[in-house]
Ligand binder design. Sequence first.
Ligand code: ATP
Ligand code: ATP
Ligand code: MG
Ligand code: MG
Lengths: 255, 255
Amino acid sequence: MSRIIAVANQKGGVGKTTTSVNLSASLSLSGSKVLLIDLDPQGNATMGSGVNKNDLEASIYDWLVDGVALSGVVHRCQAGYEVLPGNADLTAAELELLRQDRREQRLKDRLSPDLDQFDYVIIDCPPSLNILTLNALIAADGVLIPMQCEYYALEGLTALLETIEGVRERGNPDLAIEGLLRTMYDPRNSLTRDVSRQLIQYFGDKVFRTVIPRNVRLAEAPSHGLPAVLYDRHSRGAVAYMALAGEIRRKHGAT
Amino acid sequence: MSRIIAVANQKGGVGKTTTSVNLSASLSLSGSKVLLIDLDPQGNATMGSGVNKNDLEASIYDWLVDGVALSGVVHRCQAGYEVLPGNADLTAAELELLRQDRREQRLKDRLSPDLDQFDYVIIDCPPSLNILTLNALIAADGVLIPMQCEYYALEGLTALLETIEGVRERGNPDLAIEGLLRTMYDPRNSLTRDVSRQLIQYFGDKVFRTVIPRNVRLAEAPSHGLPAVLYDRHSRGAVAYMALAGEIRRKHGAT
Ligand SMILES: Nc1ncnc2c1ncn2[C@@H]1O[C@H](COP(=O)(O)OP(=O)(O)OP(=O)(O)O)[C@@H](O)[C@H]1O
Ligand SMILES: Nc1ncnc2c1ncn2[C@@H]1O[C@H](COP(=O)(O)OP(=O)(O)OP(=O)(O)O)[C@@H](O)[C@H]1O
Ligand SMILES: [Mg+2]
Ligand SMILES: [Mg+2]
């Protein structure tokens, strides 16, 4: 049974891509078959996985809009997971989807024939609650919410939770919250500790025990086209993402 | 003569809102008449200016789409600038604009009757190259590009510069680059220094001399509904934004 996890938060720069790439790599290195879908026109998860978004024969646009087979678009990455690469063509896909019927279900429909090949499908979402993110939420079993422990990120949670509630009513009643992941966590910073305390107060065990520290190796790894778990596997950032993968596998019975 | 500055970068979390709010406050405290426009459905610039986005009688939607007069929507803030508040209704405005004819010119058209009341109009853009950001670029005299000195932000510059070039061809030939602003700058971090060197190499004097340091007071101020230049005017973050306001005023002859 495969599990589809959307990594989403409309607040920008909270660690969606860093989480998607390093979680995919960590799950893959511990034996799971993983597909990483880059649903952001910025194409960061693609570049961060070592695939050049500007030099693709086929991209997620061809698969999502034109119906090209998955096997004709994916790239296998050094850490062993497959990536469905994205680039600026996704902006055109957004406008194209707005014109169609079942426009929110498109990703779910396109995924179903290939789903049984993977244990996990990880979807990196853009910083917006647009039709692309809605497609990810309709297709997903769970939503992983990366959270910088700062005011604007906390303030934006309400809108995200309302959108998730709306998706449950409109097409995906079983959409669960996989968890809230504290990222770029700096324990010396009282604002960070304060927001973290509020998260645990409101969300309890929906907050992952694993906390991702601020660690420069996580920011350096993408320029080498590698996840941190390969670029510097003993770094605090890499170790934290391996721990996150373990926490997720235990939740769903390791696959 | 008023100057319209769009603060834009599709990369999320690079400091667009923090720059918009603190630059508006700094220009206002040094005597300029300033309008801050919140064009992001997240409504962060609105909250960061002390206006409750969830309790508005009228928002930017009413002004932009329904043609309500500016004086009926703006709020005067403690630092003296006016804010045109935004909230999630902007997502509906986006879909509404896509249906209209002069859809990219709407903001420019709506601004022109009130422009002579202000020395500066600062537009906080969402983390996307969508119809809202396009409206800001069509209306603007200059684009201020906040830049975190990290790989994904550097990598995303090409797409942003191509969009700016497209806007010059399609409707705003005089659109200038106000400057690239290095934000959350940590000089101890070799990745930051490295990316900063590349920015100066490619963009020369288009890179602002003023550098905004990473400073926790900038992240704390929004939870008090205040710009940092009021919350803690002697902090390194506040001083840097006052210096940026000075650099911009000198460029255009202080107004
Ligand atoms: N734990 C961390 N420690 C240090 N740097 C980090 C960490 N996580 C992410 N970063 C860096 O912070 C920046 C933002 O992270 P990232 O791009 O993953 O966020 P995002 O939510 O995907 O952004 P966007 O909203 O643009 O999609 C990147 O430059 C990344 O390399
Ligand atoms: N110089 C700085 N030092 C420390 N923290 C900062 C600094 N600038 C911004 N921040 C914090 O970093 C986070 C991101 O900044 P901000 O929200 O202004 O970026 P943005 O580009 O507007 O994000 P979005 O893409 O979501 O609109 C916020 O929590 C903010 O408080
Ligand atoms: Mg991202
Ligand atoms: Mg912002």
